[in-house]
Write a protein that binds this ligand. Sequence first.
Ligand code: PLP
Length: 284
Amino acid sequence: MSRDPLALAVLGHGLVDPRRPWLRADDEAVLRGRAAFETLRVYGGRPFRVAEHLDRLVRSAEVLELEAPDATGLAALVGEALAGLGGVDAVLRLVWTPGAGDGPTGFALVTPLQEGLDAMRARGIELATLQLAIGTTARQASPWLLAGVKSTSYAVNMAAQHEARKRGADDALFLSLEGIALECPTSNVWFVEEGVLHTPGLDLGILAGVTREALLAAAAEARMEVEQGAYPRRRLAAAAEVFTSSSVREVMPVVRIDGAAVGDGCPGPVAAAMQAALRRAAGA
Ligand code: PLP
């Protein structure tokens, strides 16, 4: 499948040709990676949880000290970008840049969904743990590190995924200096221990995933016990099940951590139930 964007809508311009440039070369988004973004999934032409993503975009922009995003204008852009695409399954990015003295640029970009995600879900993935040289307390006390903020400075996250692949894994899992599990470069992490679902707490300075929130609601509905906290790597390694959650990859079972099998080494029933609940919530 072509990796060309499917559609692009830009504030003040509407639907435009995605192969043309729409940012100034001196926009700080380009020069320093100082911009806010959101990635959400489109199910059969319907974007999932736009309002929640817009709220998070507004929060990220605030921390980055960008002009407040025009949430109403961006919501309209989502409609414009998707209008001509029919019942497409795709990825939608909302980006808010500071501009270059001429006001911010906001756009909605629709791209094809990467292939092979369902096959990956069926076999499960391996995570490689990457320890950050900073403790959880220091991280929480250093808001300028932008933990929990979706800025376009994701080069570190991409480098972590690259390192994980070099180690033969599919994705990375960040640990604090003390070995506490935080999150993956583009997803949140979960594990099941004696029937209880666990996920790192937001006070660790991780991203408040929209999918994480949807799964917490699904678990509550299913009357499943859920705990949020600070968990060392060994708790995940010894868990019955581990999985990740994100808008694009949805629920992804983890079958190996650093080369060692998780549980019986196969995708587990809780991950499958959470994936089904997520799809139901998305009306897919
Ligand atoms: N954690 C990080 C660092 C992320 O970048 C993402 C998404 O890209 C997530 C977690 C999952 O968030 P969401 O469920 O909103 O996609």
